[in-house]
Every structure is written in structure tokens, then in C-alpha cells.
Design a protein around this ligand. Structure first.
Ligand code: HGY
Ligand code: MN
Ligand code: MN
Length: 384
């Protein structure tokens, strides 16, 4: 279910999302859930508990993807949520369970991530709403109803997200699962270098204001900053050179910048140095430099009580308990603003993600499901 005939690409509320919703709705309904779509396009399956006043357990992840994506980043967490409800085989717990397929987490379509989970936390501001409103209406959603998507106080007692690690750690330790203790913060920016387009054949080198050569110099400096700062990662992942002809000196370059670190002060200080470097290159080469901050997401600690309980569920399942920080961002870091949140990572073979070779091991999925079932038992026993 992709926008592209060859590779897997499924962005926010694109046509293939309807096909995904159709399949998820069938599986959710078969597992005993009542299914709805909220005004942000999140698909939500509710499995009632014995006590309707008890805060529900929310389990979810996202169904949008990066371009040319793997199949598991996001959807695996929704499928494991459905499988966990299925494992109850109609048995009701004291609390209800809601499984949610967030409509947008990657930030590909509009350059702003976490739109689905931000609808639940009430964090869609008027600027973002103005950006996404046409897409909501095109999908048949009513932006006026967005406030109804926001969760109410005590509506949920916990948020659990199953997700692939998307990195090499668990595989390097030969471990199937990891309990996430914190999620690294991230800065995402749009950066523009403006020089002067000119003829590639007649313009002497000393008379050029080449935006692409300046951008190339800066991109190497971004990499050097990250290499020189322990545990910092920084990426220019997308670049557009204009006018984009081989015989024209680039007059303008539009880039993305993604900077991440588990400690916010280190991340923000590194970002300041990276942007100061852009200004210095601009001054040296007579290139205009502009940027806009698309996201400043603070690092988030997962709920200590849930981390302990999930670790106990892993141990009770007979598996080694490994606690770890997530370098990737996740809906859990948004949900944590309103609901105690925790994540369970599954090993990423080859440490590969955001790539069609992304995979999981069936035995690790089985282990995650068994841990999830034990986690439900622990939550049930906690409040008994
Ligand atoms: O980019 C990320 O951190 C996540 O995969 N959305
Ligand atoms: Mn993801
Ligand atoms: Mn992702």
C-alpha cells in the first residue's frame, strides 16, 4: 500500500492510507474492537474493559513512512497492539485497551513530524492547522472536530509503543528486545543558501556566488561537528539546488537539517555552532543564509514505573532485560506530555531502517507479544 508503484512510500493521508485503514479496521473489528477515525486521520480501535471508568491502556505507533521505506517502522507497533488484544480472545480486563494507528509521525509531507500524536495531546497550533487543513478535508476529515481528538484527563493510564530499534545496538548484543528509558531530543530545520545563478561556462570562478559549493562546504562542517561531539548526530538529508541545470551555477539551495542528542543543552549548543558555521561561510562567499526551525523536540524520559514494569515483564518472560535510549524519535515522546509512556524495542537485523532492507526476526516479534501479554497481566495485578 504505497503512493509509489515500485518502492514503499506512504505519507500523511495519502490515498494508500485508505487501504491500510481498511485492513486494520478488519483486524481490529475481528479482535473485538470498535473502530473510528479521528479528525487527524488517526485510526482508533477500542477494546472495552470491565470498569468503563478505569483509564485505558493506549497502544500504538504510526502508519506513515519515509520515502522508499521499510515495512516495519510504525506498522509493527500497530500490528502488535492488535495481536495483543487478539490474544485476550474476548476476555475483558478491568481496564479498556485502545490501539491507535497514528496518521503522521515522520514529517515527510509537510516537514513537521508527529501530527497524529500531537492531535491527541492538543498540540496542533493554528499555523500547523492552516498547513494541514486542505489535506484533512481532501481525506474527508473535518478540521473543526480536531479538538475532539484530544485526550481527556485520566482517559489513559499508560501509553505503550512497540517499535523496531532502527539501529545496531540490540543486534550487537545478540538481544531480541530493549526497554526504552529515554528518547533523544531533536532539532529539525529548513535551511536556505542564496547566491546568484549564472552561466557555468562564462562565469570565472572568482566572480561566482555559487550556493551549491557553499552548501557543500557547510554540509561537511555539519558532519565534522557531529563527529567531534560525542553521541551527537547531525544530518543534511534532503537538498534541492535551483534552478537545477548542469550548465547553470546554483543560485539557491534548500536543505533539511536534523540534529539529535540525548541531552538537550548539548544538542542546542551544537546547533548554534552549526548555524554560526553557515553564517561564516555565507560571509566568506557572499551567500545569503536563512533558516526556519521546524521542530525543537526535547528529549523525553519514559515513565520510570512503566520502565520497571515492562522490564519485569521481559524478565518474567525469561528474556534478558536491556534498558536503552532511543536515538530515533517516536510518538511516545509526544504522548509522554500527557500520558505515562514506555516503549519496547525489537532488534533491527543489520541495524537497518528507513530503508527497504529493514526487517525483524519472527522470533523477536513472538517474544515481544509474549512480553506484552505479561505486561497486561502486571498492569491488571497492579490495580487489583
Ligand atoms: O526520524 C525519526 O526519528 C523517526 O524514525 N521518525
Ligand atoms: Mn517510527
Ligand atoms: Mn521513522
Amino acid at each position: 500500500m504505497s503512493e509509489d508503484p515500485v518502492v514503499l512510500t506512504r505519507t500523511f493521508l495519502s490515498p494508500p492510507v485508505r487501504d491500510v485503514h481498511r485492513s486494520l479496521c478488519q483486524w481490529m473489528t475481528a479482535a473485538g474492537m470498535s473502530v473510528s477515525t479521528d479528525a487527524a486521520g488517526n485510526l482508533r480501535g477500542r477494546y472495552p474493559g470491565l470498569d468503563p471508568s478505569a483509564p485505558r491502556l493506549l497502544i500504538g505507533s504510526h502508519i506513515d513512512t519515509v520515502p522508499d521505506a521499510g515495512a516495519y517502522d510504525g506498522p509493527l507497533g500497530v500490528m502488535l497492539g492488535i495481536a495483543l488484544v487478539e490474544s485476550l480472545a474476548g476476555r475483558r480486563l478491568r481496564f479498556g485497551i485502545e490501539v491507535i494507528a497514528f496518521s503522521e509521525e515522520e514529517g515527510v509531507r509537510f516537514g513537521v513530524p508527529f501530527i497524529g500524536s500531537r492531535a491527541l495531546t492538543g498540540d496542533i497550533d493554528s499555523e500547523l492547522l492552516g498547513t494541514i487543513e486542505p489535506a484533512l478535508r481532501d481525506f474527508g476529515l473535518d478540521p473543526e472536530k480536531l479538538p475532539a481528538a484530544a485526550i481527556q484527563p485520566n482517559e489513559f493510564g499508560a501509553y505503550l509503543e512497540f517499535h523496531i530499534e532502527q539501529g545496531p545496538v540490540l543486534e550487537s548484543l545478540s538481544l531480541p528486545l530493549g526497554v526504552v528509558t529515554a528518547i533523544a531530543g531533536q532539532s529539525r530545520l529548513a535551511v536556505v543558501f542564496r547566491g546568484k545563478a549564472n552561466h557555468a561556462g562564462t562565469t570565472p570562478m572568482h566572480l561566482r556566488r555559487d550556493a551549491l559549493a557553499a552548501a557543500a562546504q557547510w554540509i561537511v562542517s555539519v558532519e565534522q561537528e557531529a563527529v567531534g561531539t560525542p553521541h551527537l548526530v547531525a544530518t543534511v538529508g534532503s537538498l534541492e539546488a535551483l534552478p537545477g541545470a548542469g550548465n547553470v551555477i546554483a543560485g539557491e539551495v534548500r536543505m533539511s537539517l536534523d540534529v539529535r542528542h540525548a541531552e538537550d543543552e548539548i544538542r542546542r549548543a551544537a546547533l548554534s555552532r552549526i548555524l554560526a558555521g553557515a553564517r561564516a561561510i555565507g560571509a566568506q562567499r557572499d551567500i545569503g543564509i536563512d533558516w526556519s526551525l521546524r521542530l525543537d523536540q526535547a528529549s523525553v524520559a519514559c515513565d520510570a514505573g512503566l520502565v520497571a514494569r515492562l522490564g519485569q515483564a521481559v524478565a518474567t518472560t525469561g528474556l534478558p532485560v536491556h534498558r536503552m535510549v532511543s536515538g530515533a524519535g517516536h510518538d511516545a515522546m509526544v504522548m509522554a506530555r500527557k500520558v505515562p509512556a514506555v516503549m519496547l524495542f525489537l532488534r533491527s537485523p543489520g541495524g537497518i531502517s528507513h530503508h527497504p532492507d529493514e526487517s525483524v526476526l519472527p522470533e523477536d516479534v513472538d517474544a515481544a507479544l509474549r512480553v506484552g501479554m505479561e505486561f497486561l497481566r502486571e498492569l491488571e495485578a497492579r490495580d487489583a
